[in-house]
Structure formats: C-alpha cells, structure tokens
Design a protein around this ligand. Structure first.
Ligand code: HEC
Length: 449
C-alpha cells in the first residue's frame, strides 16, 4: 500500500469510529455540548453522529427538529429547508463551523439539539472523509419516492389535501399504499431546482398531486425535468401540455371552454371575458380566440361583461368567463353566460341571474356522485378521492433508480381508473377534441322530475 493510500485508509477508519462510536484519535471519547446554551456536556457514544443522523447518514427522527441527511450529495449541495429558506452547500470549512460552533453553511444558528463538538483538525478531516464515503452507493440505496409539492403560501387547502391522501379510507386490499414525500416551497424556481437535483440522483419516481393552483404560469415558465411524470396535478386552470408530462389529470379550463362552445350553434358570437390583471386567463383567452377565429367563428376578447351585446347584423352573443365572474354593474346583463364552475362566485352569479342572465356551467368532473344522486362533490373532494384511488392502484414503487424508467412506462400504459361509480380518470393528457370528460349543466339546476 503506498503511503498516501495508507493515510487515507487510516483517516477513513478514524472517521467511521468517530461517526459511529464517538471515538476520536487514539481512541479518546470525543466531547460535545448539547441543549440551549450548551447546558449539557456529553462524551463518546452519547454524542456519536450515527445516533441522530443514522448509520447510513440519511438523517431521521420524527421530532420537530429532524436530523438532516449528511450524505455528501445532500450536504455538499444547496438545500431547501422545510421552512422554504435555502442554505448553500457545505465545504470543509463550513462543516468545521457547524460541528464546532453550531452554525449552518449560511450562518444561521443550528438547533441546540445538534451538539457542539470539541474536535481536533485531523479528527475533522476524518469526519469529512467519512461523510464523503457515505455517499458511495447511497444514491442507489435511497428508494425513489412519490414527491408532493406544496406551496407555503395560503397552505391550508393544500395541507388538508395532503392530510386526506395520508389517511385514505379503507384497506388497500393487502397492499401497502406508497408513502408520500413532501417538499414545501416558497419560491417555484427553487422548488424546480430541488426537484431536478433529486431527479438526477434518481430519488423521484413521480410528482404526485403537485398543488399548482395559481402556480400554473410559473410551471410553464420553469417546468420540472422533461419525462418526470406529474400524477394528478391540482390545477383549476389546467396545464399547458408542453409544460408537463401529465398522467391522470382532470380537464383544464381550455378543454372545459371548448365543451361549452361545442354545444352551442356555430352562429353564436362568443365574447371571451378575462380580467386584464389575470395573466393566465389573458393567455388562455388569446389562444382560444385564435382557435375560434381559425374555425371561422365570430369571437372577441373582452375585459367587460357589459360591453354592447348586439352589433348590427351579428348573430346572438354569449359570454364565456375565463376569469372569476365579477358582480354585475348597473348596465344591462348579457343574456347567456357560460363558465367553468371554478369561476362561479355564488353571490355574483345570483345577481347576474336576477338581471336576466342564463348561466351554463362546466365541471372538470361529474359533480354529482352517480352512486349517490343529490350528493354534490367539490373539487377538493374530487382530488381527494382520485388521489386515494390512484395511490391504491399505482404499481409498487421502483426499488432503485435503475428501475424508474420501467416503472414510468408501466404508469404511462396504465388503463384509466374507474372511480366507484363516479367517473373515469383518463390516464393521459387528453386530445384537444375530447370533451366527453366534462359535465355541463344549467345553474341553478332545472327542477328534477
Ligand atoms: C443529538 C443528535 C445529534 C447528534 C449526535 C449529531 N447531530 Fe448533527 N444535527 C442534529 C440536528 C437535530 C440537526 C438539525 C439542526 C437544525 O436544523 O437547526 C443537525 C444538523 C447537522 C448539520 C447541518 C446540516 C445542514 O443541512 O445544515 C451537520 C453538518 C451535522 N448535523 C453534522 C453532524 C455530525 C458530523 C455529527 C457527529 C460528529 C452530528 N451532526 C451529530 C442532531 C444531531
């Protein structure tokens, strides 16, 4: 063995003993202080890194301060903390500060649950070498996960959805439901960077139910890695097909609008209402207007529901609302208002009706259970039920990174799901013409007979 390799081997052996047993150079028990103000002094095995970060360095603990992943591919790279802040990657000097002074790579004080160590320079070198060694083969050992992306802003509905998916009713017929790993983000591009890093490391099987309400435009601007499937994205507006590989999705707003248009005579003159401060709706109105014009239909975009309705010689007009329906003003109401149900504000809609408007709604899913007529289903419930159904039917998660492509092919070829008499969930992003997936109805409902 040449001298350099021998020194490396000794350093690695010291690092391993330090990490696992809390033993330093010449077998001394290393010392550390722990707790607020370094109140408690401990030695040796009591402060071995493995106790908290795990023998394999993957971190752990279920308490409110979790010991993070120390494998070098995680520690050496920037990390998005659960609170949305971002710490840069560690190097040896930053590691020394963290271990001796309890300061993270960005200067933020580490929780007092992480001990402050009394370590010599060569002992530090040994820990550093051991953390790098932990890395080898570590990527393959971390099984790829179903990753849920949740925004930290207005998190209530997203967290409730996650809670529901974690507590799906009913036993999954002898099968374990796949666990969900959660990434809470403050800033979309950072979240995408984190997802891309995990994708490169083979740690993601698919994004599951990413909560994208109001982030649709951000997703189109900064898409996740190509080929990474989005299973059941939560989006009222719908996603541009080029921005994402969607599997098991509900029809987006454009598809819903097409269904509303398709059921009316061709002679109808469409006015596409969108709030000028709503960029996603402005973009959707533009593309829909171009599509209709190309079919030779009369169409205009409008920022006001009250613009004059009848131009000389023009056919009957109908308004299609691509932004949430505002309350009517003083002027005459349009007589025909069509809109995706997500844009229906109950009070505004009542006021429009009193002004003589007829309302026609489209839903991305059948809002009444076929199995229980009269029971209305909200979008939150629909996503909830679909998510649980999907978790029960997905093929078992890939065991390692190498098995991910085959697993994704299997998912892509999965037949549609049939949801307990409710409706069918198409496996693939639908073709533009497919409008049989939405439900159209008048509002309020015609009296049942
Ligand atoms: C008693 C439990 C415990 C022991 C023992 C422990 N740690 Fe930690 N460690 C933690 C906790 C908890 C955190 C998270 C602190 C925070 O988030 O503020 C942490 C954080 C860290 C961080 C910062 C990671 C980051 O992403 O910013 C590093 C580096 C670290 N530990 C290394 C070590 C090493 C090396 C050892 C052994 C020499 C060790 N720890 C021993 C509990 C422990």
């Amino acid at each position: 063995m040449d001298p350099a390799t021998a020194a490396d081997a000794l350093r690695l052996e010291l690092g391993r003993r330090l990490y696992r047993l809390g033993l330093g150079r010449d077998g001394r028990e290393i010392g550390a202080r722990i707790g607020a103000g370094g109140a408690v002094g401990l030695r040796g095995g009591a402060v071995a890194c493995a106790n908290c970060h795990g023998g394999d360095g993957r971190g752990g603990g279920e308490g409110w301060v979790r010991a993070p992943d120390l494998r070098w591919f995680a520690l050496g790279r920037p990390r998005l903390r659960d609170d949305g802040s971002r710490r840069p990657g560690y190097d040896r000097a930053a590691l020394a500060r963290a271990l001796r002074a309890g300061v993270a790579a960005d200067g933020v004080g580490l929780d007092p649950a992480m001990p402050r160590y009394d370590l010599a320079d060569d002992e530090l070198d040994a820990v550093f070498a051991h953390l790098r060694a932990l890395d080898r083969g570590a990527d393959a050992a971390a099984p790829p996960a179903l990753l849920v992306l949740l925004p930290q802003r207005d998190a209530g509905p997203a967290e409730r959805l996650l809670e529901g998916w974690r507590n799906c009713p009913g036993p999954a017929a002898g099968r374990r439901r796949p666990a969900l790993e959660v990434l809470r983000y403050r800033d979309w591009p950072q979240a995408v960077a984190e997802v891309a890093a995990r994708e490169r490391a083979g740690r993601v099987a698919a994004l599951f139910g990413p909560y994208l309400i109001d982030a649709e435009a951000a997703l189109a601007a900064a898409p996740p890695p190509a080929g990474l499937p989005l299973l059941l994205p939560v989006s009222l507006r719908g996603l541009a097909p080029e921005a994402a590989t969607v599997r098991f999705g509900l029809p987006g707003q454009l598809e819903q609008a097409r269904a509303l248009i398709a059921e009316r005579p061709r002679a109808v003159r469409w006015r596409l209402y969108r709030d000028p401060d709503d960029p996603a709706a402005v973009a959707q109105a533009r593309s829909l207007a171009a599509e209709l014009a190309a079919q030779g239909r009369a169409v205009e975009e409008t920022a006001s529901l009250l613009a004059p309705e009848t131009a000389a010689g023009a056919g009957p007009a109908a308004v299609l609302a691509l932004s949430p329906l505002p309350p009517p003003g003083a002027a005459a109401a349009p007589t025909a208002l069509a809109l995706p149900a997500a844009n229906l504000d109950w009070d505004a809609a009542q006021a429009w009706r009193q002004g003589g408007a007829r309302l026609r709604l489209v839903h991305a899913y059948p809002p009444q259970a076929a199995a229980a007529p009269g029971r209305w289903i909200g979008p939150q419930q629909a996503w909830q039920a679909l998510g649980c159904e999907l978790l029960a039917h997905l093929p078992p998660l890939p065991a390692d990174a190498a098995a991910v492509p085959a697993w994704r092919r299997l998912v892509a070829e999965s037949p549609p799901l049939r949801l307990q008499g409710w409706f069918e969930l198409p496996a693939l992003a639908p073709a533009a013409s497919e409008d049989g997936r939405v439900t159209l109805r008048d509002w309020p409902d015609a009296p049942t007979h």
